[in-house]
Design a protein around this ligand. Sequence first.
Ligand code: M6R
Length: 605
Amino acid sequence: MCGIFGAVAGAPVADTLVEGLRRLEYRGYDSAGVATIESGGLRRLCAVGRVGSLAERVATEHPAGNIGIAHTRWATHGKPSERNSHPHMAPGVAVVHNGIVENHRALRSELSAAGCALRSDTDTEVIPWLVARNMAAGNSVEDALRTTDRTLEGSYAVAALHERDPDTLYGLRRGSPLVAAIGPQGGYLASDANALAGLVTQAVCLEDGDLAEVHRDRLVVRDAEGATVDRRLIAVEHGTSSLDLGGHAHYMLKEIYDQPRVAALINDCYGGIGVLSNFLPVAPAHIRRITMIACGTSFYAASVAKRWFESLAGIRADVEIASEYRYRPLPPAEPGELAILISQSGETADTLACLKRLKEAGTPTLGLVNVVHSTLAREADSFVPLHAGVENGVASTKAFIAQLLVLARLAVDIADRRRGLRQDHVLSCLRALEQMPNTITAALHNESAVQALAETFRDARSALFVARGPLFPIALEGALKLKETSYIHAEGFAAGELKHGPIALVEDGTPVVALACSGDLLDKTGSNIREIAARGARITVVGDRGGILSLMDVAVGALTIPNCEEFVQPIVSVLPLQLLAYHAAVQRGLDVDRPRNLAKSVTVE
Ligand code: M6R
């Protein structure tokens, strides 16, 4: 949440700053701002809303400095407004910040009592004032930042500029990601190395407590003790293909249609038997229990995988919402436990807090991560890259499919290693996974039917998604996707739970998406669907031929998925739901890729 960018060069940096922010916009888009040093003095420009609004101001006002910091905000303290936009300033100093300063109230009172004129409602603003106070006491910028770091509580990344030192950018990392780099044109700081594409070929990943001093042609990183350190270098990919819409109207649609390629890549990387179990931090034979921890869409991937681990591998598997798990009293870890932490970004604060807790308890941890340079990838005992490629749309689609595909392969692998599963069962699961690029392509052929259904959702106020068994988490994901992108109130329910309460919501015309595929639970699901159809629900069935045929008499619409092995039905069933969420949002005229109030990387708790 919140994107930080900084640049120091031999020419004005304003355009570079704005371009950097565009690439970080997925982290928040409530407001954006830059600060540069011009003729020895700080100049700040801000705009409420998307980076595009700031770009317009920069284009008309031409800030001229060769050094600057920039920020795109996801509001935590104080409404989106120019006053609350970063950079925040105190005499001589400007700061941009990602994270939360937890003791900001006490610091604010102390600073205000000392006569500092804080103007915003943010937690961030205490930082420049603390730096200014420490410098007034005779410290260098670096020492003032260090002292400030010791005063702050919370988790944050900060970039700072000071008029007294107009050729140096400062970057401090304490819990939130920050990279620093030097390229042919200058030096940079950014929340994410992808924002540096085209400027540098590699970047330094700062670690907690590091303070980076970035010059045009030189970078010095010091750890919390002040010792100069060499940190891990990561490659920065050239080009901006991830920003290219590839002929699609939105990133979300581009990413939905990228899913066959992702599935093929996962087959290439992890195909066959035994490949993924090599990534495990414990031998498959020793695993007695798996706990999967994640948030949002990643949690629903875990919830599908729970059923796979239990039914295929015969291992007890629990799923935990990271924001709950991190604070729950837990019994001591037992031998044979494996924790799998699942995250597209690898920077989700709650998931990382769980990782820390599990590591302290001595539980072996495996990260399933899309962003390979992320904190989760670095800090878990081992990690499996999801290979979904950059996901730009805030609503996760292809990363979810990648999570499911990797978890499915992992379950088959562990099952094979532990149980010597009946060869034919393992083979049919594997065959279904090998077929996934084609199956996904076939499932996406349905777009015009989905579009027609989405039209019926245009004026809907709420919608229900119902399913049983491994399709139940897909109902939850379908509902989440719809509410995120279209702001329609949507809920997912286990079909068998309807009559325990939710059925009271059903009235004449209530839109219900029923997931129904051939298999043991189809008849049970069918009965539940009939019960709500009898009460006026407008049923659309998403299913294979068998599922749709069995409910034809009560459904008003159907979205067909290809017939496939039961094991992969959840993966295939989510595809029409992604398209539904996309088209419902487009038809309601909403910003599909940047839905209100959301951010792609949730780095605060
Ligand atoms: O990066 P993560 O996978 O850890 O993110 C978890 C959730 O914040 C994320 O899945 C969120 O629910 C998405 N907006 C879903 O589309």
